[in-house]
Write a new protein. Structure first.
Ligand code: AMP
Ligand code: MG
Length: 473
């Protein structure tokens, strides 16, 4: 294992889809963290993952660095050209399970897509993405991963002067709804067709031979997004910036900018300082995913049917089917969280009544579900518990089986905001990375109680309604 086994399929696609560009070297790179288990999963010798590689000062053999073109709707407004303004795709590797994965540097300098930006990332957002994306993976939720984090030795200028850093991100691909939009708005049907084929072969190989490849792809992406958002909702995750350029075609969670986990249950919860109207509030994430899927469908119309009216009719019907697909995943997930293996018509109402009780009591989402799993009777649910117990009596599991099912569906540890902030603060203000290491370690086994880790399971002392996250710029 003397070189990273790159095989760069995106670089082989036409030049209209990307621009070759190298990272901009920095003065004093220092490694913060290498994710060795992930390196091994990728078939990469961790010894190759040096500070120089992590910041882009050294380009590993076989890489073909490029910035990808994409467009996107940001908070509902269409921007015809966004693209990798501060990220550079080094290339792809086929991992030990045969899955193709992108390796990308984020914060590695300017590209032709940078517009007014500096192409850089600050240390805080890099650590946030590392912690939260790895926590999501440990929770079993599809996500981009963090392979390395390193500081650059240089400053970045935001509201304050901050230490610069680079994150090495691994993804099934970085192809987004916005990638399709980039070519659709330019009426570049040749590129769109290549993209459909590339994405289908890469993420949805079971679609091979489908009669209508574009429609089959739309169905597959809708299914993946519905499943993903249901998983978010079941751990209290709020993405915060579900723009179409942050909506992955593979169905992974991508772009950990203003994301956060909810403490007290409230579907109106918004954390992002720039989300003034609550477009990306916790409870609005499924309708927004559906909206994003409608934007994807629009880019595919020419391939869905030669007759435009007919294409619109077919696509509309598909998009209208999204809530039913989402509800299927939502129900399946919440049944597990409540320890049910059988299905009954009234389950949706039972679950909703539980969530309403949580909201009334402003009870902590994660703690309450875990308490239920441990056989405790949370006070916030006392009026609801009899209905649940009556339902459990009709479910065919033993108490032990149910407890195991519920404990595997209800985490003890999520990356709570106040702890993420504390951890980032220690690193940024005091160059103390121990809290980061400890928190990361706790979050790696989120479903198992760990002795001494009690503070990572506890909600913040005061319900912090004013908590705000900022875009990871
Ligand atoms: P994001 O908000 O991270 O999804 O980014 C939206 C768009 O802004 C993408 O095209 C990014 O590449 C670009 N962008 C964000 N931050 C920077 C930066 N510091 N320098 C250059 N481009 C940026
Ligand atoms: Mg983005």
């Amino acid at each position: 294992m003397n070189a990273i086994p790159f095989d760069n399929s995106y670089a082989r696609l036409p030049g209209s889809m990307h621009v070759a560009v190298a990272p901009t070297p920095v003065s004093a790179p220092r490694l913060i963290k290498v994710n060795e288990p992930l390196a091994r999963e990728l078939g990469i010798n961790p010894a190759l993952l040096t500070a120089e590689v992590a910041v882009g000062n050294a380009i590993p053999e076989g890489a073909s660095p490029l910035a990808q073109a994409y467009a996107g709707h940001q908070f509902g407004n269409f921007v015809p050209q966004l693209g990798d303004g501060r990220a550079i795709l080094l290339g792809e590797v086929v991992d030990v399970t045969g899955k193709r994965r992108d390796i990308q540097l984020k914060g590695s300098g300017r590209t032709p897509f940078s517009r007014g930006g500096d192409g850089r990332a600050a240390l805080g957002p890099v650590l946030r993405e590392y912690l939260v994306s790895e926590a999501m993976n440990a929770l079993g939720i599809p996500t981009t991963r963090a392979l390395m984090a390193a500081t650059t030795g240089e400053r970045v200028y935001r509201d304050a002067v901050l230490p610069g850093a680079v994150l090495t991100r691994v993804a099934a691909s970085h192809i987004r709804v916005g990638t399709f939009q980039f070519f659709a708005v330019r009426q570049d049907f040749e590129a769109l067709k290549l993209l459909v084929d590339h994405v289908s072969g890469r993420h949805y190989p079971h679609l091979k031979g489908a009669g209508n490849p574009a429609l089959a792809l739309l169905d597959a992406v809708m299914d993946a997004q519905a499943a993903l958002v249901a998983r978010w909702v079941q751990v209290g995750f709020i993405h915060g910036v579900m723009n179409t350029d942050n909506c992955s075609i593979s169905g992974e969670t991508i772009d950990y900018g203003p994301c956060a986990f909810m403490d007290a249950y409230d579907p109106g919860t918004v954390f992002s300082s720039i989300d003034t109207y609550g477009r990306y509030a916790y409870g609005n994430q499924a309708p927004i995913a559906q909206w994003n899927m409608a934007r994807l469908a629009e880019t595919l119309l020419a391939f869905i049917d030669k007759d435009r009216e007919e294409a619109i009719r077919i696509a509309t019907e598909r998009i209208e089917g999204f809530p039913a697909i989402y509800t299927k995943y939502w129900l399946a997930g919440f049944r597990k969280k409540l320890g049910l293996v059988s299905e009954e018509d009234g389950d949706l109402e039972l679950i909703q009544a539980m969530l309403d009780s949580l909201q009334m009591a402003r009870a902590d989402f994660t703690v309450t579900f875990r308490s239920l799993s441990n056989g405790e009777a949370p006070d916030a649910l006392k009026d609801w518990l009899p209905a649940w117990r009556a339902r459990l009596a009709r479910d065919p599991q033993t108490a032990e089986e149910r407890r195991a099912l519920m404990q595997a569906a209800n985490p003890v540890y999520i990356p709570r905001n106040h702890l993420v902030e504390e951890t980032i603060g220690a690193a940024v203000e005091r160059q103390d990375y121990r809290p980061f290491e400890v928190m990361l370690c706790v979050l790696m086994t989120p479903y198992v109680e760990q002795a001494g880790a009690e503070r990572y399971a506890a909600p913040p002392a005061e319900v912090d309604g004013a908590y705000r996250t900022f875009c990871g710029t």
